[in-house]
Design a protein around this ligand. Structure first.
Ligand code: URP
Ligand code: ZN
Ligand code: ZN
Length: 479
């Protein structure tokens, strides 16, 4: 099975050039001008289009069991929807219940993900602590190719990690050469504010952002960065949504700390007015955490992305249909938290990032693919159009337009947070493992074709005697 993408402009994070791309056996074999067409090769005409690394969404939750229900999008439908928008890999999350062995949860998620159409990997959440958790983290790093562990500072009485858990987990991640990732919201403050707001008689979705004001995120971001600095472990903050949290990241980076930040396409473009929509269903459909924010945060987040203080974009794709959201009809704290977007991230970022001049095409590639591959240590296998890389490619038509709608999207959810948005710049073809999986509106996703992608550890920062071995430190490098 071989494929030649002819006549396009290849864009990598570090430059662009007119070149053909030849793929065989799942890999990119050659990138160069006027490549010959090997006999039997399928040919894609990419004239006038960009040829870029397929998107990597480093933050999704397919079929997540959460808040009494299960996310409606499964690993097959979700990765297939990603193909339709040019995303070829996801990094999802294993989230053990408190006291559940990490390895048991990991095996559950591996089983659920077998139906994936696209490649996938897993961050593993540390939701509780004892020595068995430390041992499972070691097994996950050394045998299962997990190099990132997630910590929820929110969701009290559920999956929230205590400071004690965070301390031990960060130490163990450092020793194993893994990176830590964090959902930064102060869970105690959220819990207390939720009680206060309900007591005031506010039960609708408008209570959601009131219970999670920006400072709740800023406090947690600041605290966890200090935690990571004390321990000396690189830290990645997921879904940074406020100027406050961004400021803490920027200051830490300016002081030399290895702190990374992710921003969601939704937080860049949607503000908190959605919670004041008198249509309960529409307001509830936007309930996610952290919530959509007052508008001024959006410009700050764009600047964070442009300046490199935020390195990645994601979606936190976690879909719940209306009937699931209805669990919180009389109490906003019971509305399952989550929104979608895996299909739309690239088009939305191209439209509002590249077409507005905020991002160059190269920077677009960096923030949609390459930087995630680097931070999570799968570059250049992923995130690059070079010989030897996996043939995960999007052919991007910068002139193509559409209006985003739940009526036409491929995502398995009855709402789209970008509903009605006109976008210019769309995937015309998506290639996964060298196979054409999306072509001009036709989805050819194959159930079960996706592979689990192991991500090697960074060099452990401690030598065999437990001493810090600075010379061998190898943490993510993103420039
Ligand atoms: O609301 C969200 N984000 N739901 C998924 C879980 C999380 O916090 O990432
Ligand atoms: Zn989160
Ligand atoms: Zn999430």
């Amino acid at each position: 099975m071989s494929l030649l993408i002819r006549g396009g402009t290849v864009v990598n994070a570090d430059g662009r050039a007119r070149a053909d791309v030849y793929c065989a056996n799942g890999k990119i074999v050659a990138v160069g001008e006027n490549l010959e067409t090997p006999s039997g090769a399928e040919v894609i005409n990419a004239g006038g289009q960009y040829v870029m690394p397929g998107g990597i969404d480093p933050h999704t939750h397919m079929q997540l069991p959460f808040m009494g229900t299960v996310a409606s999008e499964d690993f097959y439908t979700g990765t297939a929807a990603g193909f339709a928008g040019g995303t070829t890999m996801i990094i999802d999350f294993v989230i053990p219940n408190p006291q559940q062995p990490l390895m048991e949860a990991y095996r559950d998620w591996r089983g659920w993900a077998e139906k994936s159409a696209g490649d996938y990997s897993f961050h593993v959440a540390v939701t509780w602590w004892d020595e068995s958790v430390a041992a499972d983290m070691k097994t996950l790093v050394e045998e299962e190719g997990v190099n990132s562990f997630k910590h929820f500072m929110a969701y009290k009485n559920a999956i929230m990690a205590t400071d004690e858990t965070i301390y031990h987990s960060f130490k163990q991640a450092l020793a194993l050469g893994a990176i830590v990732t964090v959902h930064a919201e102060n869970g105690e403050l959220v819990y207390q504010l939720q009680r206060e707001i309900l007591a005031q008689g506010i039960t609708g979705p408008e209570g959601h952002p009131l219970s999670r004001p920006p400072k709740v995120e800023g406090e947690a971001a600041h605290r966890v960065i200090k935690f990571a600095e004390v321990i000396g472990v690189p830290v990645y903050l997921v879904h940074v949504s406020t100027e406050d949290a961004l400021g803490h990241i920027m200051r830490a980076r300016a002081e030399g700390s290895r702190v990374f930040g992710e921003v969601l396409a939704g937080h860049l473009l949607i503000d908190d007015s959605v919670y004041r929509n008198p249509d309960w269903e529409a307001a509830a459909a936007h309930v996610m955490s952290p919530p959509f924010r007052p508008k001024e945060n959006q410009e700050a987040l764009w600047r964070g992305l442009q300046s490199g203080a935020l390195q990645t974009t994601a979606t936190d794709h976690c879909c719940f249909c209306y009937e699931q959201k209805a669990a919180g009809k009389d109490d906003f704290t019971q509305i399952p938290n989550g929104t979608g977007g895996v299909e739309d991230r690239l088009a939305v970022l191209w439209t509002h990032g590249v077409n507005t001049g905020r991002l160059t095409p190269e920077e677009f590639v960096a923030v949609t693919s390459t930087n995630a591959a680097k931070i999570f240590n799968i570059h250049p296998r992923k995130g690059a159009i070079i010989a030897g890389a996996d043939a995960d490619i999007v052919v991007w038509d910068p002139a193509a337009t559409k209006t985003i709608s739940k009526k036409t999207h491929h995502q398995n959810v009855d709402f789209n947070i970008f509903e009605g948005m006109n976008v210019t710049g769309l995937a015309s073809h998506t290639v996964s493992q060298g196979k054409l999986v999306y072509a001009n509106g036709e989805l050819r996703a194959e159930r079960g074709a996706g592979r689990y992608i192991k991500r090697p550890a960074f060099h452990p920062m401690f030598d065999a005697l437990g001493k810090r071995a600075a010379a061998t430190v190898n943490t993510p490098v993103v420039r």
